[in-house]
Design a binder for this molecule. Structure first.
Ligand code: BG6
Length: 542
């Protein structure tokens, strides 16, 4: 059944025309003030969003403090936000504007990627930050918010454009979206400015709940107004994957089942669950990383070239991949998907507690902190090529990598003299030391005919000598510019859950392995190695 949109609420007190007239005088004032308007200082860069209000729900939470607000500061500092900008911080706790600004300044200082803070830029941004206390469950707060945003349009020239960023608990999303609809804050009608909503992951906890959530959101916002964040898509090296594949002619001819033996995608973390034990107990690695980050990386590797980089052209192709992944049945889950949980051990030279000893974790928890699986894509390009995906916490190091292993030569002329028959690997390092490496066979200098594999390496740091933006900077700017290419669409999220839900359900129906089954600091459980050994392969040593 297609979702029905809520009935259009009564026309707001001020018409779009009144709103435009009210805001245009404020905008003129701001344009005239050289301190407020970077354009007048000749600093504004090309892609600057429209005047707008950024309404941040969950503004006192960890995500807002560590990622969202530092990213906004960074965009502001580099003149990528309009002078007519306002950040409305929304949360339950009472704060004065001054107290809130002082608190987030400390967070920006701690989390900004460029330090020390630029005092002038911070002072200008701070003038544009206001705090609004709001109880998500009641009507009154949303009524007040709506009035406040209207007032800011006049004071700050924000022109009725609003981005609602939901950095809240997932359980609060439906309620907030419903309230935004009730007070008419979703309405883009009659030229009163654009309205967009950014929703953080996790988006649902299985296929059915994701569908329900999509349905609820669609009652209020059109799909083109919804921006579902997967921050991996904003990472510089992930975006470069698109350029690498579709900006170069030489890789495409070999990017298929005729030349590729298999693909490995790894998201390894050395950290444990830190202070997020309660969240992680409900999530586990399959929901936390496999359903989103890993499958998104897989779609970018496997998708057909889009006809353009228009959001829907790109997302249509990613969707085709997700839909073509073989849906795991019980047998597949049993044989081709491995789960693990870390016990005590040593990571990067320090003793690490086991998962079950972490704060807020059940001492008999059966939540997986590691997942690895063998997936196949039923299409002409990839039929028969396994994609091995793995993600885990408390692994020996932090490393995200995509490795394309090419097939062996048809006639191995140098078999006796080479140590590595599968010579050709293309490894894309997403983090931490971003780059791309191509391995090939080379003759060892000398009179004999010894062959060894060598690496041809591209390193971001040395080639460009500039810092990459944080993923949140990229994604927030894109959302403000109305570019949804790097955000997941409703059907994509559901298709990803269609792959992962049978795994979660399959596990629930079978006895859990004896957890813990890998020590903190090891590369996951033995069963993950066996998964590849069965196919005559092994995980790359990263
Ligand atoms: C988040 C997960 O989405 O990604 C975390 O919820 C994980 O558990 C994080 O640690 C990893 O992101 P990054 O950018 O550090 O690789």
């Amino acid at each position: 059944m297609s979702p029905t949109r809520a009935p259009v609420p009564p026309v707001p007190a001020r018409t779009a025309r009144q709103l435009r007239e009210a805001t245009s005088s404020a905008r003129r004032r701001h344009r005239a003030d050289p301190d407020l308007n970077p354009l007048r200082k000749g600093l504004r860069l090309e892609r600057v969003p429209d005047p707008c209000c950024f309404v941040l729900f969950g503004a006192t939470g960890d995500l807002a403090h560590r990622k969202v607000i530092p990213a906004i500061y960074q965009l502001w500092r580099t003149n990528l936000l309009p002078a007519e900008f306002s950040l409305v911080a929304v949360a339950r706790r009472p704060y004065t504007d001054e107290a809130f600004v002082a608190e987030i300044r400390a967070s920006v200082e701690a989390n900004s990627r460029v330090r020390p803070i630029d005092e002038g830029a911070w002072a200008e941004l701070a003038k544009r930050i206001t705090y609004q206390q709001l109880d998500f469950g009641g009507d009154a707060g949303f009524d007040r918010l709506s009035e406040r945003l209207d007032a800011l349009d006049e004071e700050r020239g924000t022109a009725g454009n609003r981005l609602f960023y939901l950095a809240t608990q997932p359980s609060q999303v439906t309620e907030i979206v419903h309230q935004l609809g009730r007070v008419g804050l979703d309405h883009e009608l009659r030229g009163a400015g654009w309205r967009r909503v950014v929703i953080e992951k996790p988006f649902g906890r299985d296929y059915e709940s994701a569908r329900r959530l999509n349905h609820e959101v669609a009652k209020v916002f059109r799909e083109s107004q919804v921006y579902r964040i997967d921050h991996y898509l904003g990472k510089e090296t992930v975006r470069n994957l698109l350029v690498f594949r579709f900006g170069n002619g030489i890789f495409e001819p070999v990017w298929n089942r005729s030349y590729v033996d298999h693909v490995q995608i790894t998201v390894a973390e050395s950290l444990g669950v830190e202070s997020r034990g309660a969240f992680y107990e409900e999530t586990g690695a399959s929901r936390d990383i496999l359903q989103n980050h890993l499958l998104q990386l897989m779609t970018l590797v496997a998708m057909e070239p889009p006809s353009s980089f228009h959001a829907d052209a790109l997302r249509d192709q990613k969707l085709q991949v997700l839909r073509a992944i073989t849906t795991p049945d019980t047998e597949h889950v049993r044989h081709d998907v491995v789960r693990g949980q870390y016990g005590p051990g040593w990571v990067e030279g320090a003793a690490a507690a086991g998962y079950r000893e972490e704060p807020e974790v059940d001492p008999e928890s059966e939540t997986e902190t590691y997942v690895a699986g063998r997936f196949t894509i039923d299409d002409w390009r990839w039929s028969g090529v396994p994609f091995y995906l793995r993600a885990g916490k408390r692994l020996p190091k932090r490393a995200t990598e995509i490795a394309i292993q090419f097939k062996e030569v048809p006639l191995p002329l140098f078999r006796e003299s080479t140590g590595d028959p599968a010579a050709n690997v293309l490894a894309m390092r997403i983090q931490p030391d971003e780059g791309i490496m191509l391995r090939f066979a080379a003759k060892v200098p000398g009179l004999g005919l010894d062959v060894r594999t060598v690496n041809m390496d591209f390193d971001y740091g040395t080639s460009f000598a500039v810092d990459s933006p944080d993923a949140y900077e990229t994604l927030i700017l894109d959302a403000l510019l109305g570019d949804a290419s790097l955000f997941t669409r409703a059907d994509e999220v559901e298709a990803a859950w269609a792959v992962v839900t049978p795994i979660i359900e399959g596990w629930a129906a079978m006895p859990a392995p004896r957890f813990p089954n890998y020590a903190a600091g090891a590369w996951g459980p033995e069963a993950a190695d066996e998964l590849l050994e069965r196919d005559g392969r092994r995980w790359r040593r990263i």
